[in-house]
Design a binder for this molecule. Sequence first.
Ligand SMILES: *[C@@H]1O[C@H](CO)[C@@H](O)[C@H](O)[C@H]1NC(C)=O
Ligand SMILES: *[C@@H]1O[C@H](CO)[C@@H](O)[C@H](O)[C@H]1NC(C)=O
Ligand SMILES: *[C@@H]1O[C@H](CO)[C@@H](O)[C@H](O)[C@H]1NC(C)=O
Length: 396
Amino acid sequence: MLPVGVFGVTLLAFSIRAVSGVDNLHKVSLTARKVPKGHVAALRRRSSSSINIALDDYYNGTDLQWYGNISVGTPPQEISVVFDTGSETLEFASTQCGDPCANQPKFDTSQSSTYVNHHQTTSISFETGIGVDPITSDSEFVLTLQEGEDTVTVGGIAVPNVDLYTIIDQTAAFAIDPFSGIQGMSSQAAGFFAGLIDQGYPSLFGMYLTPKSVGNAELTIGGIDDSKYSGDLTYSPLPGDSEGSWQLNSPTIYVNGETTGTLDQQRTIIFDSGTPNVYFDTDTTEAIYSIISSDIQPYSSEQGAYGIACSKIDQLPAQLDITFTTESGEPFNLTIPSSEFNVGPFKDDPSTCQTMINALDGLELVGGSLLKHYYSVWDIGNQRMGFASTGELCAT
Ligand SMILES: *[C@@H]1O[C@H](CO)[C@@H](O)[C@H](O)[C@H]1NC(C)=O
Ligand SMILES: *[C@@H]1O[C@H](CO)[C@@H](O)[C@H](O)[C@H]1NC(C)=O
Ligand SMILES: *[C@@H]1O[C@H](CO)[C@@H](O)[C@H](O)[C@H]1NC(C)=O
């Protein structure tokens, strides 16, 4: 999920609301604990000291978000959060949020002896949200937050005094979430992650975000779970100006093996584990769709969404090969197969199915539909991302 105005990402389509407080979180320089390049084997040997967190897949017609349990407070209260590489803060529902948070497990600040209230409220507005529909207004997904701090415990490891936000109100679009909140996991560790690194954990995490049909999704903090992939990891460096965002430069995109002038251009693509589908500029989106089928059209009642008759969609070849560059300068592709192309029927017209890419000028972003097909390593210390095949383990 991508909050408005965080990471210096500027979207022309929105008026950007200042989000006070959220940019001021404690950040730690992580160079001291980085894993030396080429020492993945050593890291694997140490992997018994890493923290594995089982993840549930929020599936509603298509895979949407992966979330797991953490504990907050003293004594610990269990809450569930989406592990979201598109944002950087921790926020979750509080018992102060009544009806708007009725479906979610909530945290009661009055029952925690270690909770500190900072007596300041703020809000976050998101521009990619819970489902696959584009957000067309910056008042659609808004959380109203109380700033504070408390102990956060994950896999038995407690980190005291973590800056966090409790949700005291939220817009109706959040009401169907089966989880309490969001744990941001930006490329500059903050909050809980910064605390773990202070305790000696390597500054990286691995994600195994499987489709619902495969299950056993997992987040590994401070290590890489090599039982979850085959072959080698391929690493690509983050650009120098990533500002906390997980993003990689891409020289070209292929659609069913073809490229065009619009697609064969250098671009920077954000990797967001909290967004289910794909966002590109309108020009890029239309260049991709025009190769797949002229029957794919903008969906008039949802700005940025595209669709085609459900009777046609599953026959369309629609493979995206997005090229990136390894640390040694070689090209490699990350592939989104045709099976991801159909994200389901529109609510107000069930005979039209929504296609995977939403258009939003100023945003180029891939999420679950790509990450599902790889084991991914998010290496904060070395400012790089690694990918390996889950092919044999997860053949769907
Ligand atoms: C999270 O905790 C709840 C309640 O204890 C449990 O039902 C659920 O399976 C847990 N989720 C995961 C992914 O472990
Ligand atoms: C699935 O999505 C629909 C809207 O698309 C919503 O009404 C329904 O509550 C969702 N179901 C779950 C289990 O979240
Ligand atoms: C990436 O995919 C395209 C299209 O399928 C292919 O032509 C190209 O050779 C691939 N590049 C690499 C490095 O595998």
